[in-house]
Design a protein around this ligand. Structure first.
Ligand code: HEC
Length: 180
């Protein structure tokens, strides 16, 4: 091998190295993510786990009577569409995956005729107050551990208040909201 040939080999090796470096550099130029600036959506703040751990979130929220004072039943009705897969709301409506919810406020827990409640719900006891409903809809499994309501919960306190305002209307004798 003469020096000319050695040069060729060295050249090829160097060339390959340069090429590899160059493509790496180019790739970085092309793919380096630019900061997104103000475009796009702000990510929603981390939401708490649906089951339990509600203390931190609750601390940031207005107390229920305050939320109820500015709640909107019409908004609640449309928010309650996510419940309608499993619940009917009309008077005398059928039990579906979940029990009919007409007159739920003030009704004893787990008491709707013809619905096969979980043992956990039957054991919970007491009537459904606005406060209990707020907690249950926030985190069903956090409030009634062992419930068969397979629903993650409504994280927004304002939306839950709207839903409660809607549930209030589902009665011949609506139960008053608690006073702020
Ligand atoms: C995936 C189906 C499903 C969805 C969605 C759902 N639920 Fe339920 N719900 C159930 C089941 C099943 C039960 C019975 C729970 C038990 O026995 O443990 C129940 C029980 C309840 C109860 C107690 C009823 C009683 O008679 O004691 C309330 C109140 C309730 N749901 C409200 C809601 C609301 C409000 C929403 C929407 C924000 C909702 N649920 C969404 C299935 C569902």
């Amino acid at each position: 091998m003469d020096s000319f040939e050695l040069n060729k080999v060295a050249g090829a090796v160097l060339g390959t190295l340069l090429f590899a470096m160059g493509t790496g550099f180019l790739a970085e130029l092309i793919y380096k993510p630019k900061p997104a600036g103000d475009h796009g959506y702000p990510l929603p703040a981390a939401q708490e786990e649906p089951a339990g751990g509600g203390a931190a979130e609750a601390a940031k929220e207005e107390p229920l009577p305050v939320r109820l004072a500015s709640a909107d039943a019409a908004k609640g009705q449309s928010a309650a569409k996510k419940c309608a897969a499993c619940h009917s709301f009309d008077k005398g409506g059928p039990n579906k995956v979940g029990p009919n919810l007409w007159g739920i406020v003030g009704r004893p827990k787990g008491s709707h005729e013809g619905f096969n409640y979980s043992a956990a719900m039957k054991a919970k006891g007491g009537d459904w107050s606005y406060d209990d409903l707020d907690h249950f809809i926030h985190a069903p499994k956090g409030f009634v551990s062992g419930t068969i309501m397979a629903f993650a919960g409504v994280p927004s306190g304002a939306e839950r208040a709207d839903i409660l305002a809607y549930l209030k209307t589902l009665s011949d004798k609506p139960v008053d909201f608690p006073k702020p």
